[in-house]
Design a protein around this ligand. Structure first.
Ligand SMILES: [Zn+2]
Length: 502
């Protein structure tokens, strides 16, 4: 059984789908006024992994992720660029989808947009007014926070403190400073839609309540998003929804992912430590980025480490991604070794894995441990640490079978070969033939170091000829010459291959 940490009750709770076998998930999506950055990838990756794990566990997942395409920031940016706000938002939504595709994040089942949900939002607001939970004032509509006594339960905020902390604007049409806008009357030149309260547009929070209930019903299983959305956004979503449909409705579990920090600091455009996904995906393999994210538990903050130049500002390296890429190289190299062993041992396919009792104890429960880690609040960090242990054991057995009975060694290797492609593949990792990744990475390192792959291949051919004519001095000299370039030559049963040393 899968358990997830629920922000509302502040404890891990088993996932009990409201409709057996099916899980409805809502994720707050981006405001599309700019290109997607590293921070956008975190909630998307978290929900992607959750969905993959649920599906691998035999459940059907429906993921609804919205696009906020009507919002102040969009209007402001469009005015700066002299562009139509709707066209600007549509353009960035297309780019966002392409960026998430490039990270191998599965597309949501449904991607509603505010601009296409206006009638549903107006209807929702009308029902809140009819229920005495909201009021129209000066062309706007506000949610009356004091009409919903449990307000503050998600974030632990106290309404009296909120009121005391709020600065009251003399022009406010609100009855209480804690109230928030459901509908904003249009200012001149802003995009607007007709409504019973005059032309205007929805406030931010109401869209998620309206879209979630429209596509998943008034009660659904999981609501996701970043920790930065707990207050006020998710608090307000709960208030709007439960004010209409009662306590216990709306999301059954609230999962919040941690944020991404850059060299220990908050990531913000104004700080200049802001990286666009499109740029990073060009430099690094998509799986590198995924591994980097999944090496940390989704609820923890991630530190995105950069190497800075002497000026303390210019970015000279992406330390975290370099490390993740090295780790991935180690994983794929191990899988390739296991495949080569299997080919030479005449082991075909992965249907030959021995029962747990017939292999070394360290390997016998590897798969069960990785699965248990994933069931325990999606602990990808633990599952990948377990996979790392399995890789280490595989390499030890491949290097030497010393002290291990020959048949136990063979059964253990066959089982590791299968299990190491089990849970990691569900997470979207280690899904390719190892050579594909290793060749692509080598090409990337060759380019970064300014090496000439064709020249290296030529020297390798010279070395091969030298070995055939038993000129071992020349063969050794060429090896040393390549080593000086950072290229390691590896002699194998099918001839020499080479890699760029990290
Ligand atoms: Zn939302």
């Amino acid at each position: 059984m899968i358990a997830l940490y629920d922000t509302l009750t502040k404890r891990k709770a088993p996932l009990r789908p409201l409709v057996p076998g099916q899980v409805g998930i809502y994720l707050c999506g981006p405001t599309v006024y700019n290109s997607a950055h590293v921070g956008h990838a975190r909630p998307e990756m978290t929900i992607d992994v959750l969905r993959r794990w649920l599906e691998a566990s035999g459940l059907k997942a429906t993921v609804v992720r919205n696009f906020t395409d009507v919002e102040d920031k969009i209007i402001k940016r469009a005015a700066e660029l002299g562009e139509d706000p709707a066209a600007l938002a549509a353009r960035y939504a297309v780019e966002y989808v392409a960026d998430m595709d490039s990270l191998d994040i599965k597309r949501p089942s449904i991607e509603p947009r505010v601009s296409e949900t206006i009638p549903g939002i107006i209807d929702y607001i009308e029902r809140l007014i009819a229920a005495g939970k909201a009021y129209a004032s000066g062309g706007d509509v506000y949610f009356a926070v004091d009409s919903f006594p449990p307000y503050g339960q998600l974030s632990g905020q106290n309404v009296a403190d909120l009121i005391a902390g709020a600065r009251v604007d003399a022009n406010e049409d609100k009855r209480s400073p804690a109230d928030f806008a459901l509908w904003k009357g249009a200012k001149a030149g802003e995009p607007s839609w007709p409504s019973p309260w005059g032309p205007g547009r929805p406030g931010w929070h109401i869209e998620c309540s309206a879209m979630a209930s429209q596509h998943l019903g008034p009660s659904f299983d999981i609501h996701g998003g970043g920790l930065d959305l707990v207050f006020p956004h998710h608090e307000n979503e709960i208030a709007q929804s439960q004010a209409l449909t009662g306590a216990g409705s709306f999301a059954q579990l609230w999962t919040h992912n941690g944020l991404i920090k850059v060299n220990g600091e908050k990531m913000a455009k104004s700080l200049g430590n802001f990286f666009l996904l499109g740029e990073l995906v060009k430099r690094f393999d998509r799986e590198t980025f995924r591994l980097f994210m999944l090496l940390t538990h989704y609820r923890s903050h991630i530190n995105f480490e950069l190497a800075l130049g002497d000026d303390g500002k210019s970015v000279v390296g992406f330390t975290s991604l370099d490390d993740a890429e090295k780790r991935l190289d180690y994983f794929y190299t191990t899988l390739e070794r296991l495949d080569q062993w299997a080919a030479s041992a005449g082991v075909a396919g992965d249907d030959v894995a021995a029962p747990a009792s017939d292999v070394l104890p360290e390997a016998s429960d590897l798969d069960a441990r990785m699965r248990a880690a994933m069931d325990d609040d999606l602990n990808t960090a633990q599952a990948l640490a377990d996979a790392g242990e399995g890789m280490k054991l595989a390499n030890r057995l491949l290097d030497s079978g010393k002290g291990v009975a020959k048949d136990v060694r063979a059964r253990t290797l066959a089982r590791l070969r299968k299990d190491l492609r089990g849970v990691p593949c569900v997470l979207g990792l280690l899904t390719r033939p190892p050579r594909d990744f290793l060749d692509a990475r080598r090409a990337r390192l060759v380019a970064r170091r300014g090496l000439d792959a064709a020249a290296i291949e030529r020297r390798l051919a010279d070395r091969d000829a030298a070995r055939k004519s038993k000129d071992f001095k020349l063969s050794d000299d060429i090896r040393a010459e390549l080593k000086a370039l950072g290229v390691e030559v590896m002699d194998g049963p099918t001839g020499a291959t080479w890699r760029v040393v990290d």
